[in-house]
Write a protein of this length. Structure first.
Length: 337
């Protein structure tokens, strides 16, 4: 018998995209699924849309709760699932009709406990922007941390050999989750809750299948958490870096993980500086000056082989290193960061 797959969809103020997302789920070619819609205190019509779909489809369930954020809403959903496997779908995204079938096929009748697929990035209007496909391969237990998870932490100094650390378009073993009492941290506490989850989860895997299908459509939503300006974005990225390096300190991948996390930190700092264009020059300058003087960032740069970076990245890091706050502020204002 085909395994039951639980699909958890956290929902918050996405009435513009939700119907397209839910239509893509109820029309999956893989039939043995349950769809849990978790309305996280939406203030628009999202909750009503969830109820309408639950009333129309027997395998769709609608729940409503007080707002707590994405990570904790996923936890709420996991407390309700009945499936052998679980996957997560963001409510502004959508799936190809064969998405779940492709993931289940990757299980190879239970030989693999986890399956990871690629994705297609689309614009707000659904225009295809980018396709990330992975070469089909299997990671045995001894290679899962050293050859798979490490790539989820960011790219190495020498190349862009990273794998997006997202929980969507990944099929997880419910048995592993429940046996080891795994749960998400709140993204309000750690900005990249997905990779924290993956770091915990993959410790217990025996065999992970990477598939080449890119059947998940990830929407570049201009109102999403990753796109909106947040004054504390820099501080949260630094805190995340500190927590992850501490978390992996005793692991066999620590040295490589630290370099990959450092490179990812540099990318996030560049984004934070770029978004200072929304402030006045004085306010942006003060924020960027504080970034340049941050001790954790200084140490990350000091311990990183910056000469291996590309010219643009190297130039940016040198401006940080030599505290060229005024130049960085001007570049931010010009929109060339």
């Amino acid at each position: 018998m085909l395994p039951l797959v639980s699909i958890i969809v956290p929902v918050y103020n996405v009435e513009k995209y939700l119907i397209e997302c839910l239509n893509s789920l109820v029309n999956q070619t893989y039939s043995n699924i349950e769809i849990l819609l978790i309305d996280d205190g939406s203030k628009d019509s999202s909750g009503e849309i969830c109820d309408d779909f639950a009333a129309k489809y027997k395998n769709v369930y609608s729940y409503h709760k007080k707002n707590s954020g994405l990570g904790l809403t996923r936890n709420y959903g996991m407390s309700l699932i009945k499936g052998e496997y679980v996957t997560f779908v963001d409510s502004d995204d959508y799936l190809d009709k064969d998405a779940i079938s492709c993931l289940v096929a990757g299980l190879d009748k239970g030989k693999n406990d986890t399956v990871i697929g690629g994705f297609t990035k689309v614009s707000d209007t659904g225009k295809k922007l980018y396709v990330e496909k992975y070469s089909s391969q299997i990671f045995a237990e001894k290679d899962i941390y050293t050859k798979l998870l490490v790539k989820m932490l960011g790219s190495s100094p020498n190349n862009h050999d990273s794998i997006r650390p997202s929980v969507w378009n990944t099929l997880y073993s419910v048995n592993i989750i429940k046996k080891n009492k795994l749960s998400f941290v709140s993204e309000r506490e750690l900005i990249s809750e997905d990779i924290v989850w993956d770091t915990d989860y993959y410790r217990f895997c025996k065999s992970v299948q990477l598939i080449s299908a890119a059947t998940y459509y990830y929407r570049l939503n201009p109102t999403s958490l990753t796109q909106v300006y947040k004054e504390d974005r820099f501080q949260k990225n630094v805190y995340f870096f500190e927590c992850m390096t501490k978390k992996l300190r005793d692991s066999i991948i620590y040295e490589e993980a630290k370099q990959r996390l450092s490179k990812n930190l540099f990318i996030n700092v560049r984004t934070a500086i770029s978004q200072e264009k929304h402030n006045t020059f004085r306010s942006g300058y003060d924020h960027i000056k504080n970034m340049c003087n941050n001790l954790t960032l200084e140490q990350a740069i000091e311990n990183y082989p910056i000469k291996k970076l590309g010219k643009s990245q190297l130039c940016f890091i040198l401006m940080i290193k030599y505290k060229m706050s005024g130049v960085l502020t001007a570049l931010s204002k010009l929109g060339v960061m």
